[in-house]
Design a protein around this ligand. Structure first.
Ligand SMILES: *[C@@H]1O[C@H](CO)[C@@H](O)[C@H](O)[C@H]1NC(C)=O
Ligand SMILES: *[C@@H]1O[C@H](CO)[C@@H](O)[C@H](O)[C@H]1NC(C)=O
Ligand SMILES: *[C@@H]1O[C@H](CO)[C@@H](O)[C@H](O)[C@H]1NC(C)=O
Ligand SMILES: *[C@@H]1O[C@H](CO)[C@@H](O)[C@H](O)[C@H]1NC(C)=O
Ligand SMILES: *[C@@H]1O[C@H](CO)[C@@H](O)[C@H](O)[C@H]1NC(C)=O
Ligand SMILES: *[C@@H]1O[C@H](CO)[C@@H](O)[C@H](O)[C@H]1NC(C)=O
Ligand SMILES: *[C@@H]1O[C@H](CO)[C@@H](O)[C@H](O)[C@H]1NC(C)=O
Ligand SMILES: *[C@@H]1O[C@H](CO)[C@@H](O)[C@H](O)[C@H]1NC(C)=O
Length: 698
């Protein structure tokens, strides 16, 4: 070690002779006490976390420093400065051996010197976590050619300049989690072609740009969890050719981003937990080269449709647990998933699961079904049968923790462990049980969309129909507004008040039927027409109700005569319009005046009959916009005319005062006293004298 450090000194001296005076300064700083341990610090050779061998550590953690101590031993391999009070990092002496620099848990706000890290050629690990860094400027880390791990987690990073990470050519791990980033920029990663793990969780990222990660062909682990990502572009993950683990849990995805994962050639694990996904649709999860998929802790997930898991030839483990609203797994939800071994379905709301599922999963070894409200009738028969057969032959079944399988219904079996339910008490066939996938009532207002879904369990598989309030079945032929998808999901777009009533789902098989229903109440918009003035050829109406003024934009006012077949006249309401006067009407005629919502839903109508044509009296004048405009124009015109006349008068009068040759005046006016001759400028405008003056001038 001694020889090595002497070698370093020699090198320093040579470099200094050749280059600058700055180095001389630095080496003179270091020369007096090479290798002195700073006050209050702990120095020595130890094994340390993150580095493999015993290294020379200078440990100045938690000693209350406000700046980096000078005169550090140049042989320092690891410098620990956590838990101090650094605000501003602006200088660091040359430490040629330094491999680990830990500056975490300080109050660093700025890394404002681009050359800060220039003299740390061997630095492998830089920890800046738990500080207060808000911004990173271009080249903040330039000089750290050999840095492998950069930890900037738990800061308040908001703004990162495009080339902030420039020069980090050997970086393998980048921690940017627990910051306030809203966007990612492809340029950040330009220099980091060896990046292996990227942690971006707990930020405020809402958007991922297409091809944003295409520089990261070596990345194996990408963590984007705990952000606010709503949608993902199909090219977002293009180029991540070695990705093994992608974590998108705790974001705001409302549906499975089906096409964007197909760009990943092979990924071991895809985590989408805790996203607001409501259903897994047919072929949502198809043709993916993944072995583990997690779709757990999703409190809105209710249904998996047929073939939702389609052609997943590598899938081995599927986690679909802790989804409390998850009531139904379609018997044919799995199609060509030949290697699935572990299926986690515990802690859901499943009342049962079809035996058909086993046919689609030939290699299933573990099925976790405990902590579900099992409905112990024919739907559970196949499970019970396997448990019994397992007991007889003393071998385990696919049902993991089968002791924890407990019946929740029917009444005879509440809270009875399935193991204790005798097999003969269950029948292999039974009438259907409908699943409560809808609420027991819905309060809607006109124009909204009603979506109702019905599922049922039973052996043999039940058929389902919806019974609409008007007694019709689920035919959409009668009503174009009804859309039927996935046999029993009906959607009624733009409900009317007449759609109110009971909607019932009927499930039937050869053994019987089961009906469950919901009450739908469609309320009108609370807005009514009030006539406030009825005359011979015009009427004034206002509107009253609880609709906020700001929402009036969605409403229109129509009117037409009861007899005519003309298109009704249409007026769009808005928040500044409080009343409206309909003009140009015929006397003694009935008009139907209506309010509509979104141009198609009738809200309220009034039949209003105009009066006899009468002479306007009692000072009640009809005021229309035209009248107001004409009135204002006339008024302004009069005022302008008066001002003009005044101006002209003034002008001519003054002119005369100057031009009039004195002698002439004297000739004519000599008898008139001078006092009278002089008229102050405030002479009444229309005095005969003034009016005459211009003429006498001409
Ligand atoms: C450094 O010093 C602090 C405080 O004395 C101590 O808690 C910590 O364990 C030390 N770290 C190492 C790696 O020795
Ligand atoms: C940080 O320190 C450097 C020099 O020590 C100084 O020039 C700079 O203004 C400081 N920055 C802040 C934000 O205090
Ligand atoms: C799927 O992953 C395997 C590696 O396990 C790879 O050999 C294969 O080419 C991948 N298939 C596709 C279609 O990308
Ligand atoms: C299933 O996926 C593989 C690639 O993983 C593809 O080659 C094959 O055509 C797919 N099969 C079907 C039926 O889509
Ligand atoms: C059942 O098999 C297990 C080993 O798989 C063995 O330990 C146990 O004694 C067997 N029980 C009976 C009743 O044969
Ligand atoms: C629907 O309206 C009824 C009264 O009309 C009320 O009792 C009920 O609580 C409302 N339900 C919901 C879910 O708002
Ligand atoms: C109702 O829907 C079911 C499922 O799609 C279908 O089998 C049935 O024929 C439909 N009934 C009518 C009357 O259209
Ligand atoms: C207006 O009159 C017609 C008959 O002419 C009637 O059918 C309609 O219901 C009336 N409307 C209102 C709102 O009273």
């Amino acid at each position: 070690m001694l020889i090595k450090s002497q070698g370093n000194n020699l090198l320093t001296i040579i470099v200094c002779i050749v280059v600058t005076s700055y180095c001389l300064e630095v080496s003179s700083n270091h020369d007096p006490k090479p290798g002195t341990c700073p006050e209050k610090c702990d120095c020595g050779r130890h094994l340390i976390y993150l580095l493999e061998n015993q290294v020379y550590i200078v440990n100045c953690s938690g000693v209350g420093y406000v700046d980096i101590p000078s005169g550090l031993p140049s042989k320092t391999d690891a410098l620990l400065l956590t838990d101090n009070n650094f605000h501003n990092l602006s200088h660091l002496g040359p430490l040629p051996n330094l491999q680990l620099l830990d500056l975490s848990h300080n109050v660093i706000q700025y890394i404002d010197n681009h050359w800060l890290f220039e003299y740390l050629p061997n630095l492998h690990i830089l920890r800046l976590s738990n500080n207060a860094v808000r911004e990173l400027k271009h080249g903040s880390f330039s000089g750290l050619k050999n840095l492998q791990c950069l930890d900037l987690s738990h800061n308040i990073l908001q703004h990162v300049e495009l080339h902030a990470f420039g020069g980090l050519n050997h970086l393998a791990r980048l921690y940017l989690d627990h910051n306030k980033l809203t966007d990612l920029d492809r340029s950040w990663f330009l220099s980091m072609s060896l990046l292996y793990e990227v942690y971006l969780s707990h930020n405020l990222i809402s958007r991922l740009e297409a091809n944003g990660f295409d520089m990261l062909s070596q990345v194996v682990h990408l963590d984007l969890s705990n952000n606010i990502i709503k949608t993902i572009n199909s090219d977002t993950f293009a180029g991540l050719n070695n990705l093994k683990v992608l974590d998108l849990s705790k974001n705001k995805l409302t549906s499975f981003p089906a096409d964007c994962f197909q760009k990943l050639p092979y990924s071991e694990k895809l985590i989408l937990d805790s996203n607001p996904i409501t259903r897994l649709k047919t072929k949502d999860i198809s043709d993916l080269n993944i072995s583990v998929l997690s779709l757990s802790y999703m409190h809105l997930l209710r249904v998996t449709e047929s073939k939702a898991f389609y052609n997943l030839s590598k899938l081995v483990s599927l986690k679909l647990h802790d989804n409390p609203a998850f009531l139904y797994v379609n018997p044919t939800a799995f199609y060509n998933v030949p290697h699935l071994e572990k299926l986690y379905l515990h802690n859901n709301g499943l009342m049962g699961i079809s035996p058909q599922i086993q046919i689609s999963l030939p290699n299933i070894k573990e099925l976790h079904l405990y902590q579900n409200p099992l409905h112990c009738d024919c739907n559970i028969y196949w499970i019970k049968k396997q448990l019994v057969s397992g007991e007889i032959h003393n071998k385990s079944t696919i049902f993991t923790d089968s002791d924890k399988l407990v019946c929740d219904s029917p009444d005879t079996n509440i809270n009875v462990p399935l193991r204790q339910v005798p097999l003969p008490s269950l029948s292999p066939l039974c009438p259907p049980t409908t699943l409560p996938l809808f609420q027991d009532h819905y309060n809607l207002s006109i124009g909204q969309t009603l979506s109702l879904e019905c599922k049922a369990l039973g052996v043999p598989s039940p058929d389902l129909v919806w019974l609409l309030p008007n007694g019709q079945l689920n035919t959409s032929a009668h009503d174009k507004r009804i859309v039927i998808k996935e046999p029993t999901l009906i959607t009624l777009k733009g409900v009317l008040q007449s759609d109110s009533g009971t909607y019932a789902c009927k499930a039937s098989n050869v053994l019987g039927f089961d009906i469950s229903s919901t009450a739908v109440n469609v309320a009108n918009k609370d807005l009514k027409i009030v006539p406030i003035g009825i005359f011979g050829d015009y009427i004034t109406v206002a509107w009253r109700g609880t609709i906020p003024r700001l929402n009036l934009d969605d409403f229109q006012l129509n009117y037409h005569t009861k007899t005519s077949t003309d298109q009704p006249q249409k007026i769009h309401l808005h928040k500044l319009l409080h009343r409206y006067t309909i003009t140009g009407l015929k006397p003694m005629t009935t008009y139907e005046v209506c309010l509509t919502y979104l141009d198609q839903y009738l809200v309220h109508c009034q039949n209003i009959t105009t009066n006899q044509k009468t002479v306007i009296k009692l000072g009640i004048t009809r005021i229309t916009n035209t009248h107001i405009i004409v009135g204002i124009t006339t008024f302004i015109g009069s005022v302008l005319t008066l001002i003009l006349i005044g101006y002209l008068w003034k002008k001519f009068y003054t002119k005369k005062g100057y031009i009039d040759p004195e002698g002439k005046t004297h000739d004519h006016m000599s008898p008139i006293p001078l006092e009278n001759l002089f008229q102050p400028q405030s002479t009444p405008l229309c005095s005969s004298r003034t009016a005459l003056l211009p003429n006498s001038q001409i």
